[in-house]
Design a protein around this ligand. Structure first.
Ligand SMILES: [Zn+2]
Length: 415
């Protein structure tokens, strides 16, 4: 990793900000729990809001709690060159997933202030609410709201896993503001995030230039067979839902070997009555399929359905398949991707173009505005885990690439 002599962010300050925010909702062992719309989430948001005000940004909070900090441009087109991410976490989250993108955005704006850089466009940083979706579905809720794909009337009644509605949470912890982000005010969106996978680490690269996000298909499959005695029922007379479910799970793995680039997971599987000496009457399972190309994803789903039907017919088990999610792959804006690539090259960081395996706010923003993402390596390729870690050097590299990608989009008028 080589450092450039051009304007740079303050890596030590950014690192210490990450440590400070991680104290809010801190878990034993180093992780963080700030579930969306919780008291800890609100404390984290208050922290970010205060930092935005300290940096002299104009702060807007919208009715679901998305926080935007803006540094004005010199015009005449002052539309917002936006960055940001989220600060909510899963139940056993790490210090970097989401928080990095928000705090690095803040660090970029502070750097512009300190170096007295004037930009043509306004530059902003946003902390989206409820990106993780573990307490309240759907995930990426904040960016869905900002991009007009989910309304306040749809969001407020949503009930969480603990039985509370979002409306109750908004009222209880005073999340809401009144300043919607005007849709025609945004010009572009670039998000910095940890990779959450092992690709950059394995290739020993500093920066991932993310040009696509995988599409996702989620389905729930319920299989209805017949319970009977494990000892006396001949094999050919069984209607074994457990057997069919495990055959489907094995086929999902086979599919990933047949369709290049496909990822397939059976993450949940339950049997009823789930007893050692009883043939399972019912099996309920989830299937998660991901691919960067829509055609391949549809091909995988069709082959899977054919297989499910064939297995069920043979075993006289009745299947029902319920779609749970269908998210198209996203191709990021070529110019936003180039801004990231140019920045990484100019700063002499090693990099590659890559696909995001996980979902992010940037893919939601991409449906409405030009967008792209920057990844930095995740130690051991793990996240959603208290041991999530990225090195201070990679955090600094990512924020520097973000700074220069933003300057490319925002147009520097003076330095
Ligand atoms: Zn995230």
């Amino acid at each position: 990793m080589t450092r450039s002599t051009t304007v740079q962010i303050n890596g030590e300050r950014l690192w210490s900000e990450l440590e400070s925010l991680a104290k809010i909702g801190a878990l034993p062992g180093g992780g963080v729990c700030r579930l969306a719309f919780s008291k800890e989430d609100k404390q984290g948001r208050d922290y970010v809001e205060q930092r935005m005000r300290d940096a002299g940004l104009e702060v807007r909070i919208d009715p679901i709690g998305n926080i935007l900090g803006v540094r004005d441009g010199t015009g005449p087109d002052r539309r917002l060159v936006l960055t940001g991410s989220h600060i909510d976490t899963v139940g056993t989250g790490g210090k970097y997933d989401g928080s990095l993108g928000v705090l690095a955005g803040l660090e970029v704006l502070q750097t512009l202030n300190e170096h007295q850089v004037q930009t043509h466009h306004a530059v902003g940083v946003v902390a989206f609410v409820n990106e993780e979706g573990v307490r309240f579905m759907p995930d990426m809720m904040g960016s869905l709201y900002v991009s007009g794909q989910l309304g306040l009337d749809e969001i407020e009644p949503i009930e969480g896993i603990d039985g509370k509605t979002i409306k109750e949470c908004l009222d209880e912890v005073a999340f809401s503001g009144e300043d919607d982000i005007p849709v025609d005010f945004i010009k572009s969106f670039i998000e910095l995030h940890i990779e959450q996978g092992p690709v950059l680490l394995d290739k020993e690269l500093d920066i991932g230039i993310v040009d696509r996000v995988q599409g996702i298909l989620w389905e729930e499959v319920v299989l209805e067979g017949e319970s009977n005695h494990a000892g006396v029922t001949p094999m050919h007379r069984r209607r074994d839902a457990g057997y069919v479910a495990s055959s489907i799970a094995a086929y999902v793995r086979t599919l990933t070997e047949e369709i290049e680039g496909l990822r397939g997971t059976v993450g949940a599987l339950s049997l009823f009555p789930n007893l050692i000496n009883v043939i399972a009457k019912e099996a309920t399972m989830t299937i998660d399929l991901r691919h960067a190309e829509k055609d391949r994803l549809i091909q995988a789903r069709d082959l899977l359905h054919q297989k499910i039907n064939a297995l069920c017919e043979k075993e006289k088990v009745r299947p029902s398949i319920k779609p749970l999610a269908d998210v198209d792959p996203v191709i990021f804006d070529a110019q936003c991707v180039e801004s990231v690539e140019k920045a990484a090259e100019a700063l002499h960081y090693s990099s590659m173009r890559m696909i995001s395996g996980a979902g992010h706010d940037a893919q939601i923003m991409a449906s409405k505005w030009p967008a792209s993402m920057i990844f930095i390596p995740s130690q051991d390729g793990i996240s959603h885990n208290i041991n999530e870690y990225s090195t201070p050097e990679h955090v600094e590299a990512g924020a520097n690439v973000l700074l220069h990608a933003i300057l490319d989009k925002a147009g520097m008028s003076t330095l």
